[in-house]
Design a protein around this ligand. Structure first.
Ligand code: ADP
Ligand code: MG
Length: 240
């Protein structure tokens, strides 16, 4: 069997201030395999975003091991991780985080510009067109983000996250800024992408949306809870 796309062991994260230490994550271990669709859910403040940010190389753990697509990234600082992040991680934020001054096509192309691999103008255009097609937004490449609805902006953010053909798509509360109709449409899109082979790890506080995933991880106070066998959830410590 192929290596896990993501494997973490005994991951912990402490936020320390003068006054107090907050243990946001405690001894989290999990694996995400190629083709998986994993949800991470739990109440507000349980550590979901902290975990996804560490998996996305946007933050570093206080302790623990992390292998991303077979590479040990546990000891890599944030300043050195940018290129690996661009190549291996597609990150989708609740707030979309598109750049208003750039066209849709230029927003989608951004990860290719920061990747170590160089991409010709033709290849970049072809990849952008392909990703626009995957999210059903073929006719919007010249638009600016503020000319689009929230649901359309999230589609563009997903296209940007796919353009570098990452090992895994990490998605933090993708429907949090959308009404239920647009939220459901984004969930349908994520399901289609996974059916097409994209490996997805999605954070959601909404149990209804967690059910879209095939493997469910529940966090409480920074710890993985034993899975619910009725929902195909994993053994503790393993998203399988
Ligand atoms: P969730 O996404 O599940 O709502 P978070 O991962 O954002 O939870 O937060 C987990 C815990 O860590 C919370 O207690 C939160 O207040 C704390 N926390 C998150 N980020 C920071 C930070 N940068 N500094 C201090 N505490 C933080
Ligand atoms: Mg959060």
């Amino acid at each position: 069997m192929s290596n896990p796309k993501i494997k973490v062991e005994n991951l912990s994260k402490v936020f320390s201030t003068d006054e107090v230490d907050t243990y946001a994550l405690a001894d989290v271990s999990l694996s995400i395999l190629e083709g998986d669709y994993v949800s991470i859910s739990g109440p507000s403040g349980c550590g979901k975003s902290t975990l996804l940010s560490i998996l996305g190389l946007l933050d570093t753990p206080s302790a623990g091991q992390y292998w991303l697509d077979g590479i040990d990234v546990s000891q890599i600082g944030l300043s050195q991780s940018a290129e690996i992040r661009c190549e291996k991680i597609g990150f989708v934020f609740q707030q979309f985080n598109l750049i208003d001054e750039l066209s849709v096509a230029d927003n989608i192309a951004l990860p290719l510009r920061y990747s170590r691999k160089k991409h010709s103008r033709e290849e970049t255009a072809a990849r952008v067109a392909d990703c626009l097609g995957k999210v059903g937004m073929q006719n919007r490449s010249g638009h600016k983000p503020n000319q689009l609805s929230g649901g359309q902006q999230q589609r563009i953010a997903i296209a940007r996250a796919l353009v570098a053909q990452p090992a895994v798509l990490l998605v933090d509360e993708p429907t949090g800024n959308l009404d239920s109709k647009n939220g459901d449409a984004i969930m349908d899109l994520l399901g289609q992408l996974n059916a097409g082979g994209t490996t997805i790890c999605m954070v959601t506080h909404d149990p209804r949306y967690a059910n879209f995933a095939h493997k469910q991880i529940n966090l409480l106070d920074g710890k993985i809870q034993p899975g619910d066998p009725h929902h195909g959830a994993g053994r503790q410590g393993e998203a399988a």
